[in-house]
Design a protein around this ligand. Sequence first.
Ligand code: MRU
Length: 353
Amino acid sequence: MRPNTVQWRSADGRFYLKPDPSLDPLTPGGVDIIDQTLLPGSLKRITLSTPETIYDAIQRLAVRGAPAIGCAAALGLAACAQRFGTEDCAEFLRKLRQTAEYLESSRPTAVNLSWALRRCCGRTVSAQEKTVAGLLKILLTEALEILDEDIAMCSAIGQNGRTLIRDGMGILTHCNAGALATGGCGTALAPIYAAQEAGLRIRVYSDETRPLLQGARLTAWELLYSGIDVTTICDSMAAQVMREGRVDLVIVGADRVAANGDAANKIGTYQLAIAANYHHIPFYVAIPSSTIDRAAPDGSAIPIEQRHESEITTINGLRISPQKIKVYNPAFDVTPASLITGYITEKGVCSSI
Ligand code: MRU
């Protein structure tokens, strides 16, 4: 069985993936994650409970993938709130908003992060609770509900997307939109897991996904872990692999989908969509509805995270570029809706959002 990427760890060491009446919201626990920076070499979990460590884990991609960072931030906010050290409701809510704003600033592109934090704050602020204990119960329950819903949405995306897959197909994916990137079994990889469970034979091509190699490190690791036939290719090989007839379907995830269907995903997705379009290969984006941002009319309204130059000039700490080289490192790009065949969501497969 695949390990859970994000879970709640209570003080007595028990793990939770959904609200549970036996869980005491007043005893400080923490958000427990797999440190993805260490994969595939080592599978190590860390439990976080302070704003700084949660911000840092999201920023350095110890926890990553749009739905996973939403779930981690929500549970992380609850862990921080348990340690506010006040019995005053107004003071508690002020600290809650302040901490949520800080966590939200850790990464800008994935809308799931702000969506989950705002949902937790909104639910807690609007509750007619008169005690901090009551507010904490509402907050932790909401955070665990977000995780529970994400797990259910991933399963539904898997079942819906599985209808696109035929026996013997070659499927190409980019970055990691699997179990490691969500609370459940993934978005783009969920239909692949569902096809495997249905006994279909499939071959997966996983782009390595420079600069941080989420495909070569994470997608390769989790698909191998599940016994799925996976082949890693360099990003620059995708068009050639398509021309050789090895790819029947492309499925990717997304960090934010605008109201017109433009989809921001890991850098390199756009050129993949162009190549798929040229070769008449269907190109699908798999997303939970928490990834849709109706406030963004189109892709130009999506903020694109710029990351540190060292991600490009070094590999595993080893410098590969000349000193003083200029570097441009956008972490995401936007694929226009016109290049997207359809969207696989928890509600079904559709050609527009
Ligand atoms: O920078 P990352 O690794 O967080 O980027 C992740 C992606 O681009 C994923 O494809 C996206 O978040 C969808 S995860 C289900």
